[in-house]
Write a protein that binds this ligand. Structure first.
Ligand SMILES: [Zn+2]
Length: 323
């Protein structure tokens, strides 16, 4: 699991706002209830007096028995409040603090451990980050349509493109669900329009929902952001993000304009991630020989040895959609 500092801070703010909002709602409801049922005011006072008594007797010798006494009285008073509420048409729990998460009372932690509500929020923020830079929301495994791929066996693969892509889809789904920091890197190779972007984003979506930071870039955007940072000084932190995230996706590698600078940047990022065993998904319509021409043997040899190779078969899905 890994979350950016900004998201950790944001999650703390959201959860603490949930708590203050819930407490404010409780106070407003108390005022409303006291107006309608004045005697409830005395009981509420009695309850806060009990907390005060407890603090006062912290150092007393008979602390244990006092705790029991206070707990008993507390329950009795609570019961009285509840029955007064229902007698007057309010729900019995109307004066409980309406926490978003009852497990942790909107603190984000239970018994020193991170509460599931905080984890869920952080995962949501991971997905939001991903969607901010990619069309990820529409790319899911369940809307990947195998119907676009021919079911006629192709001599080149020995099976039909549909069967081949069904295997690819299952591989990607399994990869995403079992994703860990030790997962393999993937080299997705095949002609344009065969669903590489769709499947790499489906993986990113699942991985982000499971609490990992996934970062998606088209090769074009990745390199132009890095260039902008270098030459105009604009702080995009692109390189740091590409190096630091749990899963990096570089889509459409090879379509961008390669310079000595971009080649060395790509090499550094891929090399750094291989050295630290951090997974990458590269998608490209270049085979390894073409990639080598563009990116030197240094890069392709690392990809050959360290990546799982996935070949995408079929005819351009976008052409079929148009036709
Ligand atoms: Zn919680």
């Amino acid at each position: 699991m890994s979350y950016s500092k900004a998201n950790l801070r944001y999650a703390d703010e959201v959860i603490s706002k949930r708590k203050t909002d819930a407490e404010m709602i409780q106070r407003e409801r108390q005022i409303e209830a006291i107006k309608k049922i004045p005697e409830i005011g005395a009981y509420i006072k009695e309850l806060s007096g009990l907390t005060f008594d407890l603090v006062k007797s912290m150092s007393a010798e008979d602390f244990d028995s006092r705790i029991r006494e206070v707990a008993d009285t507390n329950q009795k008073v609570q019961r009285k409040i509840r029955s007064l509420l229902t007698e007057n048409g309010f729900p019995a729990d109307y004066l409980d603090i309406p926490y978003t998460c009852r497990d942790c009372s909107d603190t984000g932690y239970v018994g020193g451990y991170v509460c599931s509500c905080r984890r869920a929020l952080l995962n949501e923020l991971n997905v939001r980050d991903l969607e901010a830079v990619s069309p990820a929301e529409n790319c899911r495994f369940d809307n990947f349509n195998l119907g676009y791929y021919s079911d006629v066996p192709d001599a080149r693969y020995g099976i039909s493109p549909r069967e081949k892509m069904s295997d690819v889809l299952e591989y990607c789904r399994g990869y995403a669900e079992d994703f860990s920091l030790n997962s393999d890197s993937i080299y997705m190779y095949g002609a344009t329009g065969l669903g590489k972007t769709h499947l790499s984003l489906s993986i990113a979506n699942t991985v982000a929902r499971n609490g990992f930071s996934a970062v998606y870039y088209s090769a074009q955007n990745l390199l132009s952001d890095i260039e902008r940072e270098k030459f105009s000084g604009e702080k995009t932190h692109t390189e740091a993000k590409a190096m630091g995230c749990d899963l990096l996706i570089i889509d459409d590698l090879g379509t961008e304009f390669a310079t000595q600078f971009t080649v060395s940047k790509i090499y550094n990022i891929l090399n750094d991630r291989i050295n630290r065993s951090k997974p990458v998904i590269i998608s490209t319509n270049l085979d390894l020989a073409e990639l080598e021409k563009k990116y030197t043997e240094r890069i392709t040899s690392r990809i050959i040895g360290n990546y799982t190779h996935l070949f995408f078969a079929g005819s351009d899905v976008r052409q079929i959609l148009k036709g």
